[in-house]
Design a protein around this ligand. Structure first.
Ligand SMILES: [Fe+2]
Length: 230
């Protein structure tokens, strides 16, 4: 995993209003505006927008593809635009993390991360097998669905309070903090996940294997709880 020198995004007070429609909220869930996931747009975007009535700085978000080859073709379209590959493409977790990270194969996925000139990260993922969790997510929500969006914050605990007041419940009792990043995943009743991410000075990895394993496992647990209620 690479260390990146990612600065805390600062708001441009003259934010253009048309940028606000990057994410579309539908019944509590987020989708992309498909017109905005072009290399031309993403490599010039400030990664600042509004979500659920809050002005936010996007740290990263995920675009999901049906296959690794489609993921790689999309990534290749960024080559002339100054985006940098900072992770992958590779299979998570086995080619990213130490062997002792316990993630069931249902939750494995192909993963690649692109760093945009403004400092925002675009994560690309694809199912690793037919019927796995990622594949089922795509069947249920479609390819414009936003699996989760990460907001870069100065203090995860404080941001957690703001989002809990907006009816987003934490997926773990407390923020995940294994030293490199502090992350807290919260979810609204519709099922939309938002990740609050605090980058520690001098350690700017794009994710922490233990933290991401924690998210995948908590998502799996939520899913089982939902299924058992049906
Ligand atoms: Fe994330």
């Amino acid at each position: 995993m690479k260390d990146l020198n990612l600065k805390t995004l600062k708001f441009d007070r003259h934010l253009d209003s048309h940028l606000d429609s990057f994410f579309i909220e539908k019944n509590g869930l987020l989708e992309f505006n498909p017109n905005f996931i072009t290399p031309e747009f993403l490599t010039t975007w400030t990664f600042e927008t509004h979500l659920y009535g809050e002005q936010v700085a996007i740290d990263h978000f995920v675009i999901t593809f049906p296959s690794r080859s489609e993921l790689e073709n999309y990534a290749a379209s960024f080559r002339p635009f100054g985006a940098k590959i900072v992770e992958g493409p590779d299979l998570f977790p086995i080619n990213f993390c130490a062997a002792n990270i316990n993630v069931p194969s249902d939750l494995w996925l192909h993963l690649m991360t692109l760093l945009m000139p403004a400092g925002g990260l675009v994560v690309l993922d694809a199912p690793h097998a037919v019927g796995d969790q990622k594949n089922r997510f795509q069947q249920e929500r479609g390819l414009t669905a936003v699996h989760h969006v990460a907001l870069r914050v100065e203090n995860v605990q404080n941001a957690g309070k703001i989002w809990q007041d907006k009816n987003f419940k934490p997926l773990s009792e407390r923020p995940l903090n294994y030293g490199s990043l502090t992350q807290w995943f919260v979810q609204n009743p519709a099922g939309q996940i938002i990740e609050l991410i605090e980058r520690h000075p001098g350690n700017n990895a794009t994710f922490d294997c233990k933290n991401i394993a924690g998210l995948r496992l908590s998502e799996g647990r939520m899913k089982k709880e939902k299924t058992s209620k049906i």
